[in-house]
Design a protein around this ligand. Structure first.
Ligand SMILES: C[S@@+](CC[C@H](N)C(=O)[O-])C[C@H]1O[C@@H](n2cnc3c(N)ncnc32)[C@H](O)[C@@H]1O
Length: 218
């Protein structure tokens, strides 16, 4: 989905205390950005941040990092998060948003920047074989995630795309992850802890079944 240019986004983000413009400057130091030393969870491709806006204010005992590429989505994510914390009557002290190309995550996050869980929600399926390496679940990326996941750390993945889901199951096995749960119809599970994302709601409305899996680093 192409996002419309938002002239306010860059200025607002650069003035935002929980936004990091140059993530590579925090290699090895992400934990120090949070006032409380506690588990960290990372969302890759957070889009307009509605998933994190539901999760982060409700879970002050966890620190969250949301990553996306462009200010056109990070600007709305910042506003959505601010509104959610306001509504919860809390300060946004357990959330960081950052502009990062996830294909280059190793430049910005290393073994000291441990995370307990990585969420990948509705990433680009890159259907052409020549583009598969760009998928956020490709083994090339999984090797980077392995460097920051704690032992027993988890990847939680959701997609509308059948081929990406099937290939991701193979990628995970190839990279030494163990799939602990999977479903080809997430809505049918009625999981109380499931938070639908913006893209998820769009696909559900079109009658497309949501595929999801949870995988642990053995
Ligand atoms: C289809 S949207 C899904 C957004 C949200 N997770 C949801 O489920 O509604 C994919 C998001 O991933 C971001 N993205 C794609 N490739 C990326 C990359 N290499 N690095 C950072 N973000 C990326 C896009 O900018 C977009 O916001």
């Amino acid at each position: 989905m192409r996002m419309r240019y938002k002239p306010w986004a860059t200025k607002e983000l650069d003035a935002c205390p929980f936004f990091i413009r140059h993530p590579e400057q925090y290699l090895g130091k992400w934990h120090s950005l949070f006032p409380r030393s506690q588990p960290v969870e990372l969302e890759l491709g957070c889009g307009k941040g509605l998933f994190l806006a539901a999760l982060a204010p409700a879970n002050p005992q966890v620190n969250y990092i949301g990553v996306d590429l462009k200010d056109t989505v990070l600007g709305p994510a910042k506003r959505n998060l601010e509104a959610a914390y306001r509504e919860a009557g809390r300060e946004p002290d357990n959330i960081i948003l950052t502009a990062m190309n996830i294909e280059r995550i190793a430049d910005s996050m290393g073994p000291e920047d441990t995370v307990q869980r990585i969420y990948i929600n509705f990433c680009n399926p890159w259907p052409k074989k020549k583009h598969h390496k760009r998928r956020l679940t490709h083994p090339r990326q999984l090797e980077n995630y392995k460097k920051i996941l704690v032992p027993g750390g988890e990847i939680a993945f959701k997609t509308d795309d059948d081929d990406l889901f099937a290939d991701t199951l193979e990628y995970l096995a190839e990279s030494g992850f163990v799939v602990t749960e999977k479903t080809y119809d997430l809505r049918a599970l009625n999981r109380p802890d499931d938070i639908p994302t913006e893209h998820e709601l769009m696909f559900v409305e079109r009658g497309i079944k949501i595929k999801a899996l949870w995988a642990k680093l053995a």
